[in-house]
Ligand binder design. Structure first.
Ligand SMILES: [Zn+2]
Length: 75
Protein backbone atom coordinates (compact mmCIF):
# COMPACT_ATOMS: atom_id res chain seq x y z
CA UNK A 1 0.00 0.00 0.00
CA UNK A 2 1.34 3.43 -0.86
CA UNK A 3 1.27 5.76 2.07
CA UNK A 4 -0.71 8.35 0.19
CA UNK A 5 -3.81 9.34 2.07
CA UNK A 6 -6.97 8.06 0.51
CA UNK A 7 -9.72 10.42 -0.38
CA UNK A 8 -11.89 11.09 2.62
CA UNK A 9 -15.29 9.49 2.66
CA UNK A 10 -17.89 12.22 2.45
CA UNK A 11 -20.91 11.61 4.64
CA UNK A 12 -23.95 13.69 3.85
CA UNK A 13 -26.20 14.76 6.67
CA UNK A 14 -29.08 17.11 7.25
CA UNK A 15 -27.53 17.95 10.55
CA UNK A 16 -24.20 19.26 11.68
CA UNK A 17 -23.29 15.91 13.09
CA UNK A 18 -24.24 12.31 12.89
CA UNK A 19 -23.14 8.90 13.96
CA UNK A 20 -21.12 7.05 11.39
CA UNK A 21 -20.00 3.44 11.36
CA UNK A 22 -16.84 2.40 9.57
CA UNK A 23 -16.73 -1.23 8.43
CA UNK A 24 -13.34 -0.77 6.86
CA UNK A 25 -12.74 -1.53 3.23
CA UNK A 26 -13.14 -4.71 1.33
CA UNK A 27 -11.43 -8.03 1.83
CA UNK A 28 -8.52 -7.81 4.21
CA UNK A 29 -9.20 -4.14 4.89
CA UNK A 30 -12.50 -5.08 6.47
CA UNK A 31 -12.84 -4.73 10.22
CA UNK A 32 -15.49 -4.79 12.90
CA UNK A 33 -17.70 -1.75 12.58
CA UNK A 34 -16.42 1.19 14.57
CA UNK A 35 -18.97 3.84 15.48
CA UNK A 36 -18.08 7.44 16.07
CA UNK A 37 -19.71 10.84 16.09
CA UNK A 38 -18.82 12.86 13.03
CA UNK A 39 -19.16 16.62 13.19
CA UNK A 40 -19.19 19.18 10.43
CA UNK A 41 -15.74 20.61 9.68
CA UNK A 42 -14.13 18.02 11.92
CA UNK A 43 -12.68 15.22 9.84
CA UNK A 44 -12.47 11.96 11.70
CA UNK A 45 -9.94 9.27 11.10
CA UNK A 46 -10.99 5.72 11.75
CA UNK A 47 -8.57 4.42 14.40
CA UNK A 48 -8.60 0.99 12.82
CA UNK A 49 -8.18 1.51 9.08
CA UNK A 50 -7.17 5.19 8.96
CA UNK A 51 -9.98 6.05 6.58
CA UNK A 52 -10.90 9.69 6.83
CA UNK A 53 -14.49 10.82 7.05
CA UNK A 54 -15.81 14.31 6.54
CA UNK A 55 -19.36 15.44 7.07
CA UNK A 56 -21.11 17.54 4.48
CA UNK A 57 -24.15 19.27 5.86
CA UNK A 58 -26.83 19.30 3.17
CA UNK A 59 -29.38 21.06 5.33
CA UNK A 60 -29.39 23.86 7.84
CA UNK A 61 -31.02 22.06 10.70
CA UNK A 62 -28.14 22.49 13.05
CA UNK A 63 -27.44 20.02 15.77
CA UNK A 64 -29.85 17.09 16.03
CA UNK A 65 -29.96 17.44 19.78
CA UNK A 66 -29.43 21.16 19.90
CA UNK A 67 -32.18 22.74 21.88
CA UNK A 68 -29.87 24.97 23.79
CA UNK A 69 -29.17 27.56 21.14
CA UNK A 70 -31.39 30.11 19.47
CA UNK A 71 -34.70 28.63 18.56
CA UNK A 72 -36.70 31.81 18.28
CA UNK A 73 -37.10 31.82 14.55
CA UNK A 74 -40.55 30.72 13.58
CA UNK A 75 -42.04 31.33 10.15
ZN1 LIG B 1 -12.31 1.82 9.60
Amino acid sequence: MPCLQEEPAVIESYYNKRIVGCPGGEGEDEHDVVWFGLEKDKPHECPVCSQYFVLRAIGDRGDPDGHDDDEDEHH
